[in-house]
Design a protein around this ligand. Structure first.
Ligand SMILES: [Zn+2]
Length: 488
């Protein structure tokens, strides 16, 4: 029934049949967030796409170990070997410990992914929890002759590596072209070649996040953590490595080089990459002013957004585009998705009420096969949704009495719809109780904003909040324990 599963492999630039190294086990590694700020919506798309992939493997009966890391050290500004550490910079700004920054944004990240109904990974390792492994791997790369030490910093020797392996294979580029396109940077005098990158960085005196190593007190380079943690939990060679396509050229290229230089084996069989986000056709970014956060998308609190959208409608919206295509956000598209999502959910609810007939006028077996074919063709969720909507049409017609299902077919239809809508696509009904919880939380946020405005003696804002809530028949009561609300 299910047939072979095909995956587009970035490494070979074609769709290939998936063969697990050790079936029924499958190892998946996905590069997680750098937790120094609120999670970006583009990152959410990557994690939601891999949630779909993870869920489909589980549905097919594979035993999946899904590892998604948390980068909590070693990530410098501009993703290079020079510049400020992202955590230390933020910690200094807010006068807190770097680990307070990490804790705050890790919790926030988990909250957002939970709102999107993603399953937690099997292991969520952190860079700071695996300093020893990163040091050991760096030692081995030096021993094997692919890295060198300058003033306590360890660099990977890209040109030496490229004599035996192909450094640019993931993005299909030649080393000469990469070198020609590389920019000269400050501090590069330590490196032998312009593409060399740091495995270990000697800490400057003011750098607070530092660990002892054979070379210096310092911290690991950004790329080594994923090589060290993926091989620790999934082995030197594993099935799938994923991430956003922006990671291909440097981070994933360097991961392959590190693992290959350490273990003399290509680490990953299938590389998968998700595409980026645009808003009304323009790439989402802070500078373009269209970079709203997941939380803002839920509340509608951003100039680009006409109003808030439920996380499940947003998830449905994301599933309407294939993970390798650009996903374009617009209010119109989101509102259309909301309607589509509601139509799908009403049909799922209606399906429970349909009575079986003597014979079927809808080919349920073919429908089931179509669902598997869509997902087994590189996880094609938009095609899957198109098939689900054929079933929605049939369910609505059955309710009107123009389509019928036999008892067996009705059961199969219910089973298939439940499996693909809930287990694979990861959608769920939006219940009223949850909506009320969200309203309570929103009210608390509004009350906090009013309190802040009052403390800042910004009485026009605090009065405006009171008056606007009044219009909604909500009265603010100031008590000695703080403000509460009463519904009129
Ligand atoms: Zn990574």
């Amino acid at each position: 029934m299910q047939g072979p599963l095909f995956i587009y492999n970035t490494l070979t630039r074609k769709k290939e049949e998936f063969k697990a190294i050790n079936p029924p086990f499958v190892g998946i590694y996905v590069c997680g967030p750098t937790v120094y700020d609120d999670v970006h919506l583009g990152n959410c798309r990557t994690f939601i796409s891999f949630d779909l992939i993870y869920r489909y493997y589980l549905h097919l009966g594979y035993k999946v170990r899904y590892v998604r890391n948390i980068t909590d050290a070693g990530h410098l500004e501009g993703d290079r070997d020079e510049g400020d550490d992202k955590f230390a910079k933020k910690a200094k700004l807010h006068q807190v410990e770097p680990m307070e920054i990490v804790q705050k944004y890790t919790l926030g990240f988990h909250d957002v992914l939970k709102a999107f109904n993603t399953l937690p990974p099997s292991i969520e390792p952190t860079a700071t929890g695996h300093i020893c492994e990163q040091i050991e791997m760096t030692k081995k790369i030096i021993e094997n002759g692919y890295a060198y030490v300058v003033n306590g910093t360890v660099y990977f020797d890209v040109e030496k590596y490229n004599k035996e392996f192909s450094y640019g294979q993931l993005t299909n580029r030649k080393l000469e072209d990469l070198i020609a396109n590389s920019r000269e940077l400050d501090g590069q005098y330590e490196k032998r070649g312009p593409l060399d990158f740091a495995l270990w960085i000697k800490a400057k005196p003011e750098h607070i996040m530092r660990w002892p190593s054979p070379w210096s007190w310092g911290f690991p380079g950004w790329h080594i953590e994923c090589s060290a943690m993926s091989s620790k939990y999934l082995g030197d060679v594993f099935d799938i490595h994923g991430g956003g396509m922006d990671l291909q050229a440097t981070h994933h290229t360097n991961e392959i080089a590190q693992s290959q230089a350490c273990n003399h084996k290509a680490p990953v069989n299938y590389w998968m990459h998700t595409n980026m986000l645009t808003v009304d056709g323009v790439r989402m970014s802070k500078s373009a002013g269209n970079g709203f956060l997941p939380g803002e998308l839920f509340t509608g609190d951003h100039p680009v957004l006409e109003r808030g959208y439920d996380p499940m409608a947003v998830r449905f919206f994301m599933m309407q585009t294939h993970y390798r295509s650009t996903l374009d956000f617009s209010n119109e598209a989101l509102q259309a998705s909301e309607k589509g999502f509601e139509r799908l959910m009403s049909a799922v609810a209606l399906l429970e009420k349909i009575k079986p007939a003597n014979e079927s006028t809808f080919d349920v077996k073919k429908f089931e096969q179509n669902c598997y074919d869509a997902m087994s063709d590189d996880f094609n969720s938009p095609i899957l949704l198109a098939h689900l909507f054929e079933a929605v049409k049939a369910i609505n017609s059955a309710h009107a009495g123009t389509v019928s299902f036999s008892k067996d077919d009705l059961e199969k239809l219910q089973k298939t719809i439940h499996a693909f809508v809930f287990n694979v696509l990861g959608l769920k009904q939006v219940d009223a109780a949850q909506a009320n919880d969200a309203t309570d939380e929103l009210l608390n946020v509004i009350l906090k904003l009013r309190q802040q405005a009052k403390e800042a003696k910004n009485f026009s804002t605090s009065d405006m909040i009171r008056d606007e809530l009044n219009k909604l028949n909500i009265t603010i009561k100031d008590t000695k324990d703080g403000a509460t609300v009463e519904y009129k």
